[in-house]
Design a protein around this ligand. Structure first.
Ligand SMILES: Nc1ncnc2c1ncn2[C@@H]1O[C@H](COP(=O)(O)OP(=O)(O)OP(=O)(O)O)[C@@H](O)[C@H]1O
Length: 248
């Protein structure tokens, strides 16, 4: 079998006395959506932060696109093709939707977010931005300041910015949060079509979305992966039902 796009082995991280990631093994293969579920405080967001480089593990290895990520900061990991979505802080609220995506395209090309003023006149960047916006259905909102978008539209903008990076893998932390049923239905459809482009590690509390989308599911409880398998395996797993799904 080919090497997974992303793999974690023995990843461990504590905050003080609290072990939040406990010898986690996990992988993400080409073409799949791998959902990471678990109760509040299980350590899901911490794993996303460990993978994206926001924090470093105390022990264990993370490999992505054939290389060890140890010592690489968030920007370097993003340049390798690791796209983390739903960092609301990455939007510039006063800039238009289109200009926000143009900045993301420019960042992919290595010049960073430094040349904020020059970006607005570059038609090539503008075209790439409009392509990404068209993919998520936001082309009609391109000229609106990002601050005026609805919550659901902001989520889509963040996906467009990630798409513009042409990533090798997506890390998505609760993309459905705060969306109504119509919004989450549309996002489920879109994510479903996205997995062929780049695999998705999906942290999500919305179990309808998880069971609709996931090819595989890992269940995290107290920082440990207590179960891993297909959606049918997970539904049938007695430990999971006791630890998590039973709470629903
Ligand atoms: N920087 C930090 N310093 C100290 N404790 C932290 C820090 N970050 C997270 N924690 C603790 O680690 C545990 C796991 O948090 P994490 O946010 O990873 O859980 P989660 O599974 O994503 O939860 P939720 O589903 O509620 O978002 C929690 O007990 C949290 O309080």
């Amino acid at each position: 079998m080919t090497e997974p796009v992303l793999s974690l082995s023995g990843v461990t991280r504590s905050f003080g006395a609290l072990k939040v990631s406990d010898a986690v093994d996990l992988d993400l293969r080409a073409g799949e959506i791998h959902a990471l579920i678990g109760p509040n405080g299980a350590g899901k967001s911490t794993l996303i932060k460990l993978i994206s480089g926001e924090i470093e593990p105390d022990a264990g290895r993370i490999r992505f696109a054939g290389r060890d990520l140890q010592g690489l900061d968030q920007a370097a990991r993003a340049r390798l093709g690791l796209a983390r979505t739903f960092q609301v802080s990455s939007l510039i609220p006063d800039f238009s939707v289109r200009r926000n995506v143009m900045l993301a395209v420019q960042a992919r090309e290595g010049s960073g977010f430094g040349f904020v003023r020059q970006v607005s006149g570059d038609s090539r960047l503008g075209d790439a931005a409009m392509t990404a916006l068209g993919r998520v259905g936001l082309q009609d909102r391109a000229q609106v300041p990002a601050a005026e978008l609805s919550h659901g539209e902001r989520r889509l903008l963040e996906i467009a910015m990630a798409l513009a990076l042409r990533p090798r893998a997506f890390l998505m932390d609760e993309p459905m949060a705060g969306l109504g049923s119509e919004g989450s239905g549309a996002l489920i459809g879109f994510l479903d079509s996205l997995r062929g482009e780049a695999p998705i590690l999906l942290v999500e509390h919305d179990m309808d979305a998880v069971f609709a989308l996931a090819d595989r599911i890992s269940v995290l409880v107290g920082g440990r992966v207590i179960a891993h398998g297909s959606p049918d395996d997970i539904r049938a797993d007695a430990d999971v039902r006791a630890a998590y799904l039973g709470e629903e």
